[in-house]
Design a protein around this ligand. Structure first.
Ligand SMILES: Cc1ncc(COP(=O)(O)O)c(C=O)c1O
Length: 483
């Protein structure tokens, strides 16, 4: 194994690629960039390796500042920016080999796949793992493919209001209609059927005590009745699978009550409908000391609601592009070579980073840290809630925190304006908070876009957690003043 020694370009030239940009580059970029919206901040570098703080340059005034990132950059950087352990593992991998073809096996692939099979909860333990180079959408499509292959004549997939499963032409249809619905016709409309999700804070049956992620004690799970009609044959064609985030992330941090998941499991097992969990956001210790939310239910509630397939993205790649799906070993079918591959699906770099990050989290007990820091922040938010009528529901656990901003706690009318102003004010006060996705009507009118997400890297320390709480209040006060 040799160290990097560039042959064509100089070290300086190569290093400059990831360093600063000039005004001219930026002007050209503004003309040319179509594929992603962008903000007025350019992310330059980690404040220090493995830190939740990042140095950014503001394009409008040219100033540099340090920001604490409560978005973990699309909830990916669980171990902070430029984590040194992951970077070391990756650079060792890069010295050896950076790419193998889709059927190629690398040591990193073997070890990553075996580790995920070991970590998976319930009926997924020792299951079979599929990896991809892109993320959650591709992992979910793999799960759907497998359910279509394995299901006896099942053709349709049941999904939920408020869901987000990705942005491919198929996943847009599987998700709650958000951005694209009025701009082009989504694909696969005959494949996906959506039903309302259980949303205890905004219960369709008007139960009022569904707070802090728990259901109302009086609730009889009426909402399950709707899904049940579809599971029992209301769809136009036979169901192959039901796809859900057991705790919806993008749609507003909305947990499915564990009892709902239990009923779902019972009916799906009876009716031979596969269950696919999307733990893209809740997996990889984001919700605290357990690898997945499903594991939390198993260990804390003694409830095995594990699905037939589970999908991951975000932190699973340790900051590098990776998606993974694990299927129960009882699902005997496998893909044929032509049924599933992409050019980069076996990238050893991401697999190395993913495995390194899992090992670091386990050894440093960052899951436990996430649980503790989550409790610390949530406790403070609950105190603030007593003084601010505009703080509606607060939903955790761990550092998977969502705060619903409302007009007032009695009416619970979503306060989308306040949420937006808090994001902007956060930037001004050097803290990045995240938004939920908007709920739109078919004409594009915003119905609800009111959840602030606090999901910093799970490595934050006590001081940083305090800082987040202080800033949350400062930002809230300023935003209330501004609107
Ligand atoms: C819950 C959930 N599922 C699926 C996806 C899609 O993942 P990706 O963007 O990696 O395709 C996301 C992305 O935000 C997500 O939050």
């Amino acid at each position: 194994m040799v160290d990097f020694n560039p042959k064509i370009l100089s070290k300086e030239e190569l290093s400059n690629i990831s360093a600063g940009v000039n005004e001219e580059d930026l002007l050209l970029f503004e003309d040319h960039c179509i594929n992603v919206h962008y903000e007025s901040n350019v992310f330059i570098e980690a404040k220090e390796p493995g830190s939740p703080w990042v140095v950014v340059k503001n394009l409008k005034n040219g100033e540099f500042s340090e920001m604490l990132d409560c978005t973990s950059q699309n909830w990916v950087l669980a171990l902070g920016f430029a984590n040194p352990d992951i970077n070391y593992a990756v650079s060792e991998q890069m010295k050896r080999l950076t790419h193998v073809k889709s059927s190629g096996t690398s040591p990193a692939r073997v070890k990553f796949v075996n580790k995920l099979a070991e970590l998976a909860p319930g009926r997924l333990k020792d299951g079979r793992v599929h990896v991809n180079n892109s993320g959650g959408g591709a992992a979910i499509e793999a799960a759907i493919k497998l359910s279509l292959i394995a299901s006896k004549e099942g053709e349709q997939i049941l999904t939920f209001q408020g869901a987000y499963h990705g942005n491919s032409l198929a996943m847009i249809t599987a998700s709650h209609p958000i951005h694209s619905v009025t701009r082009f016709r989504p694909f696969g409309v005959d494949v996906f059927t959506r039903v309302p999700q259980p949303y205890c804070y905004r219960c369709l049956w008007n139960y009022k005590e569904g707070l802090y992620g728990n259901k109302d004690p009086q609730c009889n799970m009426e909402c399950f009745g709707i899904a049940n009609k579809y599971l029992m044959g209301l769809t136009s064609r036979r169901l192959a699978a039901v796809l859900l985030e057991p705790y919806q992330g993008p749609g507003g941090h909305i947990p499915f009550p564990p009892e709902y998941l239990e009923k779902l499991k019972e009916i799906c097992d009876e009716e031979k409908i596969f269950r696919i969990y999307d733990e893209c956001q809740t997996g990889v210790w984001r919700t605290g000391k357990y690898f997945t939310l499903t594991e939390r239910y198993e260990k804390e509630l003694n409830l095995d609601v594990s699905p037939d397939m589970m999908c991951f993205t975000k932190a699973i790649g340790g900051g590098f592009p990776l998606g993974a799906m694990i299927a129960s070993k009882k699902m005997r079918k496998r893909f044929s070579p032509s049924e599933d591959h992409t050019t980069f699906c076996n990238t050893p770099i991401s697999l190395t980073a993913g495995l390194a990050s899992i090992k670091v989290i386990e050894k440093a007990k960052y899951g436990e840290n996430c649980e503790e820091r989550g409790k610390q922040i949530t406790k403070r938010l609950l105190e603030l809630q007593e003084n601010y009528e505009v703080i509606g529901d607060i939903r955790g656990p761990g550092l998977f925190i969502g705060v619903e901003m409302v007009k007032d706690q009695t009416s619970r009318v979503p306060n989308s304006e306040l949420m937006n102003e808090m994001l902007a004010e956060g930037m001004r006060q050097k803290i990045l908070f995240g938004p939920s996705m908007p709920y739109l009507t078919t004409t594009g009118k915003i119905l609800m876009h009111n959840l602030i997400k606090i999901k910093p890297p799970i490595i934050i320390n006590e001081e940083e957690a305090d800082f987040i709480c202080e800033k949350f209040e400062d930002v809230l006060k300023a935003a209330l003043n501004n609107i």
